[in-house]
Design a protein around this ligand. Structure first.
Ligand code: URP
Ligand code: ZN
Ligand code: ZN
Length: 494
């Protein structure tokens, strides 16, 4: 009998911390040994000249979800979404189970499980989206769901269908503090966006490019500042998602410098697209409408700096896929106003190749930062580490074997496996590609083919994250020793 099910032999194994020239022995879906000259296996994979990396962990993607604008259904279901992810070297996804206003969180979780269970080809968890933080949600549902492994939730400061006001955000933060949940925030100033949108539309500026005008930079930086203040008031850590501007990034950096547990996430669209992409003929610009919108070259450079200097912990796709037809971006007609366009761009498959090519190959970040930003940090933030996000004995054998020199000029029909019909990165040349991917020890991608079945991905209940633990540093107004003894601080989870 063989010592291992699989040995990956002779590659360079890289984690967020280390590199080693060694073999990886896999048994029963787990990494069982890391050493040179490992013994026998049922299958030996030659990784000479290759990089052996932890599979990516996708911490922000929308799959089989309806848009906040017009209730449009995502182009990808859990089969095509996870298929596309794994072709791009990602082995775990954490999409959202979104509460419909008037429905319970529990209903959302059940509905998304029904969608994912029979279709997902790789492992998945769910963040929750809290749109109605009523007493029942805050006192019953969220505490119970956190204990069941839905340990993170997103709140929105904009979108009529989703937004919470500041008081509601505080309620959710307080609930997170008591129960050990981790809060993600979509930070944009709702009234600024609405006011700008109304003025633009009233004056006849309705093409997709005006989406980028309506979602002003100041709307993002102001809301980011406010979200951080709310987080500090109740001493609850927070992740600001999909950061697009230097000013919002600086708000996060300043909070981190002040010692606050404020984390930052950014995405490919803020490195590789600009507002000019929305300024295309006809409705074509709608393909690039997402929120916040892509900005300009100076913002791209700033975001690269934030990835390199550690301001951002997570690089995710915010894959929010809509087809360019009447089921998606053009749901309101062939020439929709920017207010009628479902927000979001696809990117789950190219997230890693784009960052590898432009980040690692061009020397903006090193390979360990690459692993940290795309896998290890995300697993840690969301309570999946060390099961996911690393190559270590005992971890799940979720591994992407990369050819660091393989060059591809992106062509949607040839290279992309989602169900969207286009990629915003068409024609871009990338160097470095995941040529073989293993998911829990199963060969999932080989020779350009998907080798795992629909529904073979497993649900991942997640631990409470240490990132979510309060600092224990109170502002005077929340500190009974300095607020005349008022006991108003929600009791922290230990
Ligand atoms: O435009 C985007 N990002 N759409 C997806 C929803 C969200 O806010 O993340
Ligand atoms: Zn968002
Ligand atoms: Zn999103």
């Amino acid at each position: 009998m063989s010592d291992f099910d699989i040995i990956i032999r002779g590659g360079t194994v890289v984690t967020s911390a280390d590199s080693a020239q060694c073999d990886v022995g896999i048994k029963d879906g787990k990494i069982a040994a890391l050493a040179t000259n490992l013994g026998s296996a049922d299958r030996v994979i030659d990784a000479e000249g290759r990089l052996v990396l932890p599979g990516g962990v996708e911490g922000h993607c929308h799959i089989e979800q309806r848009s906040a604008v017009g209730g449009v259904m995502n182009a990808d279901d859990f089969y095509t979404g996870t298929r596309s992810a794994v072709f791009g070297g990602t082995t775990t996804v954490i999409p959202f189970a979104a509460q419909r206003k008037g429905a319970t969180l529990r209903q959302a979780v059940e509905e998304y499980h029904e969608c994912a269970g029979p279709k997902a080809v790789i492992d998945y968890g769910f963040h929750l989206i809290v749109t109605d933080p009523n007493e029942h949600v805050l006192n019953e549902e969220l505490p119970a769901l956190i204990e069941e492994g839905y340990t993170s939730f997103k709140v929105y400061m904009t979108y009529d269908a989703l937004r919470l006001d500041d008081r509601q955000v505080l309620d959710v933060l307080a609930c997170a503090r008591i129960n050990g949940g981790f809060v993600m925030v979509h930070a944009e100033n709702h009234e600024m966006i609405k006011w700008l949108s109304d003025r633009l539309i009233n004056k006849g500026y309705s093409e997709p490019k005006y989406h980028a005008v309506s979602h002003a930079r100041l709307a993002e930086s102001e809301a980011t500042h406010r979200a951080i203040a709310l987080s500090e008031l109740v001493d609850v850590p927070m992740l600001i998602v999909h950061v697009s501007t230097e000013d919002a990034m600086t708000e996060i950096r300043n909070a981190q410098s002040a010692g606050l547990k404020v984390y930052g996430e950014t995405c490919p669209q803020y490195l590789f697209l600009t507002a000019d992409d929305l300024d295309r003929d006809g409705a074509e610009g709608a393909k690039f409408c997402c929120s916040p919108p892509p900005r300009d070259a100076a913002s791209q450079e700033a975001i690269w700096r934030g990835l390199a200097n550690g301001t951002f912990q997570a690089f995710t796709s915010d894959h929010a896929p809509y087809r360019f037809d009447d089921t998606g971006k053009l749901r309101a007609g062939p020439n929709p106003s920017f207010k009628e366009v479902a927000n979001g761009v696809p990117g789950i498959e190219l997230r890693l190749p784009l960052l590898f090519s432009e980040g690692v190959r061009k020397g903006r970040i090193d390979i360990h930062q690459f692993v940290a930003l795309t896998s290890a940090n995300i697993a840690k933030l969301y309570g999946l580490h060390p099961q996911k996000g690393t190559i270590a004995v005992g971890a799940d054998a979720d591994i992407a074997i990369w050819d660091p020199d393989l060059e591809k000029t992106i062509n949607y029909d040839q290279h992309i496996h989602d169900d969207v019909g286009y990629t915003p990165y068409e024609g871009r040349t990338v160097t470095g590609w995941p040529i073989m991917v293993l998911s829990r020890g199963r060969v999932a991608i080989e020779d350009g083919e998907l080798c795992v079945e629909r529904g073979s991905g497993a649900f991942l209940p997640r631990e409470k994250s240490s990132a979510a633990k309060p600092l224990g540093r109170l502002v005077p107004e929340m500190d009974p020793a300095r607020n005349f003894g008022a006991d108003i601080l929600p009791t922290a989870n230990k």
